[in-house]
Design a protein around this ligand. Structure first.
Ligand code: ZN
Length: 309
């Protein structure tokens, strides 16, 4: 038996398999990503807490002798175990390694792959279709996000899909839709572009904000960042039914029909969900990068086809 496995046994450390499973669950609960494991990282203690590791187990060391350099390198046994488990997960494509993720996101993080995401859902007894509701990162979806937000805005953008055959609900389509959702919501900082509300569920897994299509899917609208807008469910609904639209300078234009509504419509106490922006010339909240603002061709279409003058 090797020195390392002997030490692991001596300190009655959890098995690599158990640590791998705990890692997948932790990744899931940390939005799909975790930094490299080192002292002071919260995640390192969080997982140790899950195993109820004692002080001795958390602080046990491995000593490696480097004869050539004539020195002894000490490393935490617990960190080593986490590393080994993470590398094993990466070897079997459940996670991407920090070096690989870096090329995609410029951050050195372990990131769930779709395979790892599925495994985490299974461990937590959640159905696979939860992926359509959650905004947890996966390597494959982030690849689509990068493609969507890195391209520069085309002058003559066509917001319509020209594919004539009906698109089957394939894995590819579901990834594309999730990529669109993730890209739009991240670009708008998880806020409604109309009212600015930003709120998630108490367990932090679900977000209220939705990725709206300016030209909707039903009218063959594309899953592009230029055809997207992050809106809360209330303002998503109001946008889709034509209560408001956008001018070319991104100010909000509200339907004159609103004036003929009864006084008590659309209100929660003093909060008036449409009129809050009626009198001011208010712009929507926009992404940081101008290249990914909603495209004029998409908003013009909405103004002409969906908006109720
Ligand atoms: Zn809103």
């Amino acid at each position: 038996m090797s020195y390392e496995s002997e030490t692991l046994r001596k300190y009655k450390m959890p098995s690599k398999k158990e640590v791998e499973q705990a890692l997948l669950v932790s990744l899931f609960k940390n939005n799909g990503v975790i930094k490299e494991f080192g002292s002071g990282e919260e995640i390192v203690n969080d997982i140790a807490d899950k195993f109820n590791l004692s002080y001795e187990q958390r602080n046990a060391h491995l000593e490696t002798i480097y004869r050539k350099e004539n020195r002894i390198k000490r490393s935490f046994l617990w960190h080593r175990l986490l590393f080994r488990a993470a590398h094993d997960l990466a070897n079997h494509n459940f996670v991407s390694r920090p070096t690989k993720t870096f090329l995609l996101t410029n951050k050195r993080e372990w990131m769930l792959t779709e395979k790892g995401y599925d495994a985490a859902l299974k461990l937590l007894h959640l159905p696979e279709k939860s992926k359509d509701l959650l905004l947890i990162k996966s390597y494959e979806v982030q690849k689509i996000v990068k493609k969507l937000v890195d391209s520069s805005a085309p002058k003559n953008y066509n917001p319509f899909n020209i594919e004539t055959k009906t698109i089957k609900i394939t894995k590819e389509l579901s990834l594309r839709v999730r990529g669109f959702r993730q890209a739009v919501i991240e670009a708008y900082d998880w806020k409604c572009a109309f009212c600015g509300i930003k709120i998630n569920s108490p367990n932090s897994l679900l977000w209220e904000v939705q990725a709206a299509h300016i030209v909707p899917h039903g009218s063959k609208g594309k899953d592009d960042i230029w055809n997207g807008l992050a809106l809360c469910s209330l303002h998503h609904w109001a946008f889709d039914v034509g209560w408001f639209t956008l001018q070319n300078d991104f100010t909000i234009k509200i339907s004159s029909k609103l004036n003929s509504l009864p006084e008590d419509f659309g209100k929660i106490g003093d909060f008036d969900f449409m009129r809050m922006n009626l009198n001011k010339k208010t712009k929507i909240f926009l992404p940081q990068k101008e290249e990914i603002y909603p495209h004029q061709n998409a908003i013009t279409w909405h103004r002409e086809n969906k908006f109720y003058q």
